[in-house]
Design a protein around this ligand. Structure first.
Ligand code: CO
Length: 134
């Protein structure tokens, strides 16, 4: 069921500083900041040969990453995204096996314009998991 690693999302209180670290210390090619109002984050994408890193900074007062940053003020890995070919099938299988899908459990359109769901960290070793249909 599980496919490629699509991205790793890292929350940071300072997007530009985080991007500069990747650029200066690792020679990464970093993109421009993009405001995703509907997702409550500003994002900088870092393209790697085999995956992407998404640096996330809160945008707005109801940003979904504010709580994470209050627990991890310097930032940290927020979630990992795996690709699936059929998100409804993946979701049904997860529910059947007792996993908790966040929100209504209906797929939403994610940051890349594709359907996504999030699985509660308690089901995956303390890691928030995003599944994206590709
Ligand atoms: Co993501």
């Amino acid at each position: 069921m599980i496919g490629k690693l699509n991205h790793i999302a890292i929350a940071t209180p300072n997007l530009k500083e985080a991007a500069k670290t990747y650029q200066d210390l690792l020679g990464a090619k970093v993109g421009q900041p993009i405001s995703q109002m509907e997702h409550g984050v500003s994002v900088i994408f870092i393209e790697l040969p085999n995956t992407k890193i998404e640096l996330l900074e809160p945008l707005g007062e109801t940003s979904p990453i504010l709580n994470f940053l209050s627990k991890n003020p310097r930032g940290g890995i927020h979630h990992i995204c795996y690709e699936v070919t059929d998100i409804l099938k993946a979701r049904d299988r997860l529910i059947e096996k007792g996993a908790t899908i966040l929100g209504s459990s209906e797929p939403k359109i994610g940051a890349h314009g594709k359907p996504v769901i999030f699985i509660h960290p308690k089901d995956f070793n303390g890691t928030l998991i995003e599944l994206e249909q590709v």
